[in-house]
Structure formats: C-alpha cells, structure tokens
Design a protein around this ligand. Sequence first.
Ligand code: SF4
Length: 376
Amino acid sequence: MKDVSLYIHIPFCKNKCFYCDFPSFSGCDGKMLEYAKALGTEIDKIDKDYIIKTVFIGGGTPTYLSLDGLKYIKKSIEKLNLAPDVEFTVEGNPGTFTKEKLELFKSMGVNRLSIGLQAYQDNLLKNIGRIHSVEDFEKSYKLARECGYKNINIDLIFGLPNQDIDNWKETLKKVVKLNPEHLSCYSLIIEEDTKFYSLFENDKLKLPCEEDEREMYLKTLEILKENGYNHYEISNFCKPKKECRHNLVYWELKPYIGCGSSSHSYVDGRRYYNESDIEEYIKKINKNGSAIIESKKNRIEDDIEEYMFLGLRKIAGVNKKQFRLKFSKDIYEIYGEIINRFKGLKMINDDGEKIYLTEKGIEVSNSIMCEFILEK
Ligand code: SF4
C-alpha cells in the first residue's frame, strides 16, 4: 500500500476571467457529461493499492459542473481507497454553488471548500471579469457554513487594476470577519494569452505601482497575523493546523496522481501530463483509457532543484536533515555557494535546522529560486 494524493481537473467555467491563463474554458457546457464520464473512466484506473491521503478537485470551476456530471465522479471516487483522515477539497466560485451540490460533495467525503472571491468590491470584480458579486460570495459562503463545511479557504488577489491600498485593506478586513480557516493571497501576474495581456500591451491597464503592491503584501502579513493567521507559504495563510495538506504535497515533492484534461502527475519519480483539449481528452480516454501525452523520468538533479524551489516557498523552508535523507547529500555540498551568497545578502537564513527565505528574500523570491536550477 502506498500513499498518494489525487488531483482532479474540471476545465469548465461560466466565463473566462480576464487575468486567467489556467486550462479552463467557457462555452463548452455541452461537453460536461461526456467529460465527466471520461474522467470517471480515468479515475477507475487508479491502482487500488494506493491510499489516497488528499484529494483536490480543481479547475476551472468544479462547482459549475452539472449535478449529473458530479454524480459520475462520485461513483468513481467511491471505489477508491481514501485514507480515514483524508483532506478532500473542492474549488468553487460564488453563484455556482447550490445546496444540492454541496450536499452531494459531502456525501463524497468532501471536507474542505476553496472559494474564489478575489476582491470585496463589486467594481473591481467586474473589472477583472468575475461572474459574481460580493453579495453572491457572501450567500455562497453562508450556504457552505450552513451545510456544515468547517474548513474553508478563500482566494484573494492583490495588485488588481484600479485597486488601491485601502481597497485591499478593506478586502482583508472584511474577509477575516468571516473567519475562514485558510486564505490564499496572490499578487496579480499578467500572463500571456489573457485579455489583460493585450490590454497591458496597449497601455490600457491601470495597475498599482510596485511600491503600492509591496505595501499591499506587507499589509497582508500584518492584518492576517493580527487576526490569528499563520503565514506558512509565500501566498498562503491559515488558522492553527489548517494548512492545505494537498498543496504541501506539491511543495514537498511527494507523489500525486492527476486526472482530467491538462492534469499533471508525479509518481515514482516520473512526471506525466494529460492532453489539455477537452474533446481530445475525451477521445483519448474512450479509445485508450489514457490521455497521457508526455511522460519523463525526473533525473536526480530535477528532483533536487524542484525540492529546493518548491520547498523555499514554505515559510519554514527546507529542512536540512530531510534533504540529506532524501538525496543522501548535504545541502551545502550542492548549494553551499548560493546559500552563502544569499545569507550574506540577508535574503536566506540558516537556523541550524532549516534553510528559509527571510522577509527580504520573500520579496524577490522568484529571482532567488531561479538560482537553484542546476547545470545539466
Ligand atoms: S473562474 Fe478561475 S479558472 Fe475559471 S476563468 Fe476565472 S480564474 Fe480562471
């Protein structure tokens, strides 16, 4: 019996948000049932020797999938060997929850919800192409609590067009009043092939300046700390013992199986990827029982660098003893020069047990992490 995590991808959204480059599509609702059936087939193929420690149904908007579609997934999940203490998350957007769907999720074993709010101002939500209002969010959140969900994450974004520091502070303050167990606060990134990218290219996006964005991040740390949230990953905060165990699997390079279009897997040191086109995915599953389009064995160097740049995302950083146990090498033997350089710049700290980014280091985390890529 082996432990593993499971990610299930639902690629449907009602509308595409202007900043989103995730593999999600609007206008494909007609494919929902066929997709859910194919997904069920793929889930059924998971080796029953696996003990599933965490499940995450993400997207896209899983709560937008039709009730009939969700029932196919439920049927397949029931055949899996879920750990008794499984953490089972479903991602959803306000306005796409119904009591019926939330109850169906509960009957599947779902015990954690992740709700995309992004901002607490209707004008900002409209500006970024969200389908819901603040009121829709409040109703959905209340409904989730009434249905007995005791572990809820709320996703927020700062650095939005026309957002000022006061808007962001208001968002944080209103959200913490609701007392969610977990908060993800990402800064907006303008990704290629999004509506925002073309607006940005044409100088039509009024983004907060770098200084304001930094201030927003600092306010996040301050307000969330004051309200009892533990900062445990660069963009993630939680009440005591409410870390997202599923995401920790990614950051600690533990094995996970991905099902659904565009999903990624990492099992036995091998990474593989599924077809991202919905129709192609359905065709491939129905024909071959698999939609894998690429598979490669990670080299030891790949594992080491992934372990480092994912591990450094955690505020606790990388544990030196665990590194040695995993790779049979001292972390300084491989990264001594880089670690010492950033220690000198006060961007990395070594407290004897672990290597982690300092507050100064977190601000430039992306450029530090790039340095951990090994020559091959
Ligand atoms: S709801 Fe989420 S996945 Fe769908 S378009 Fe918006 S950000 Fe992307």
